[in-house]
Design a protein around this ligand. Sequence first.
Ligand code: ADP
Length: 697
Amino acid sequence: MSDGGGFRLLFENNPVPMWVYDVATLAFLEVNVAAVAHYGYSREEFLRMRITDIRPPDELERMNEAVAAQSADGAVLRRRGFWKHRLKDGRIREMETASHGLEFAGRRAALVVAIDMTELRDTQASLKKSSERLQMLHEIDRALIAAEAPVAIAEAALKRLRDLLDVPRAIVNLFDLEAGEAEWLAAIGRRRLHLGPGVRFPLTLMGDVSALARGELQVIETAALPRSEAADALLASGVETYMVVPMIAHGELIGAVSFGGAPSAFSEEQVDIAREVAAQMAIALAQARLTERVKRQAEELEQRVETRTQELRAANAEADRANRAKSDFLSRMSHELRTPLNAILGFGQLLERRVAEGRDRESVDQILKGGRHLLTLINEILDISRIEAGRLSLSSEPVQVGDALKRVLDLARPLAGDRHIAFVADDVLRDERYVLADSQRLQQVLLNLVSNAIKYNRDGGRITLACEVAREGWLRITVRDMGAGIAPALQRRLFTPFDRLGAESATVEGTGLGLALSKGLVEAMGGRIGVESTEGEGSAFWVELAQTASPDQRSGLGPRRDVAGVEAGGRQGTVLYIEDNASNLRLVERVLGEHTRMRLITAMQGRLGLALAHEHRPDLILADLHLPDMSGEEVLRAVLDDRALRATPVIILSADATPGQIKRLLAAGARAYLTKPLDVGQLLGEIEAALAPQGTT
Ligand code: ADP
């Protein structure tokens, strides 16, 4: 570089390798410091070399062509190019060169500037590759997320994987470690995708399973496998080697992806990608399996719930049926029991009227007492069974508190008088407030509480009745006694049927059903019942019912007429009694015979009774409800429909004490409804009332 110190300086100290060579001989004429540093030759060595000496052999041909072209045109050289150069230590570098023709020491020469592009190119290439790879993995990821079933996941992953790795064959297998088998989920060849699942083969084809479980991949030489159908098939399809990449999800080996190909077909990069995809797929497959299991379990659960519901429905129906059968049985039984009881009590009452004081009278009293106790028991059992079966029909009407208590006290006074027990109830008997209840049933409950307060009181004690507002809209009626009280531990047993809390050993009579029945009744009326008791001081039983402000002006449920003292003594006339039970017939026959001057005609069937009624025109008809040919209700309707008989009063006598039934027959036109066992006094009173001239009742 003869011309100009500035240019030489630029050449010498330039950080980019530069040299000048003789275009004709290709010999180096000058090199700079950077070239010496880059290529590893000293300046002296360079100046003994030609530019072909820094080319690898595979570049020589292209180099010679370029040189030939250059000498042929003879023009001033000015070109750029990419070349591979060899350093002194043998390493090959990618160089970008720019050449420029010039005169150097009188020769045709060229100045070359060479920039090492190796690193840049490598970086670019690997950037491109990794962005491609990321893109692919991302696509697989998306496909995995979108796919639900394991087969769909395997399919989505395999398609991308084949493109990414450019391997001829890939298979996704799930392992059944217990069975020692692998199941083929999906496979992909160059052109086709095969979808399992279902094909199973021995796990031995997957290599060392415990190594796979540790995350190590296996490279298998097909020919080295023990001979088997599967191995033969692999060989037949040209798979000499394959790589098995484990799929591990949450630490558990669930399967493998295997790649078939020629020996040593797998680069490190491919293996890396395969591992990544396998790991992703493992998670997706585990997830899918879990989802499938959960779905299956949900379905099973649903199925089980459905089955159980059906079973329960059937059991419920069965229980309902059994319950109905039970209450049918009870109501039939109680009817059957009442009929003979009717005879016992009826004839007992007749005797009672005839036998004066003395031992016989005592016997009669015992018979009546036993009979009445039995009657109470039957009635209470029947009521409880009706409540349990939900078949108790109750009315809901405004009932005046004072009225209800008055009626109860009227009934209870004789019993209290025997024990010198006084009532403190003046205020409450004037209480004009109303509660919503079934009048008859409320009276039954209150009578029960008052009877208990008498029974379990001390002789000469007091019973205090009160009514107060319990809470907004609710009235509480309290019956307080001065008895022994009830121990706290026993209090919750009070309302259990037949539990008498030990009272059975004392002389106090009872069934143990009263409170259980009262609770059932009060709750059926929408109210509550409870007790507060202090041992040694007494008990306070209370009933809470909804208060109602606007009572209907109802009639018909006024104070019960006291019929016991009324007798049809002097009255004459004919009574027709239609009844199929002989002892009932005899009883009524005796009652009328002994206490009235009435003639009795009887019929044991409904139709016969109606015929007799036409013939004899009786003044009164008594009819049983259960007759062999028609019901007492039909007899009643027939009488009312018959112009000739319409005016004849009909009194129903029945063992069926259901309030609904009683109401219905009274509404249908019966003059009265008497329940068996008959109360003789009541029967005589009703007969008297029915026969009295109009306006005197
Ligand atoms: P019963 O009076 O027919 O035995 P209840 O169901 O009416 O049946 O009462 C159950 C039991 O509760 C009684 O046997 C008695 O032991 C107890 N009991 C009821 N009322 C009182 C009361 N006022 N004081 C003390 N004990 C009572």
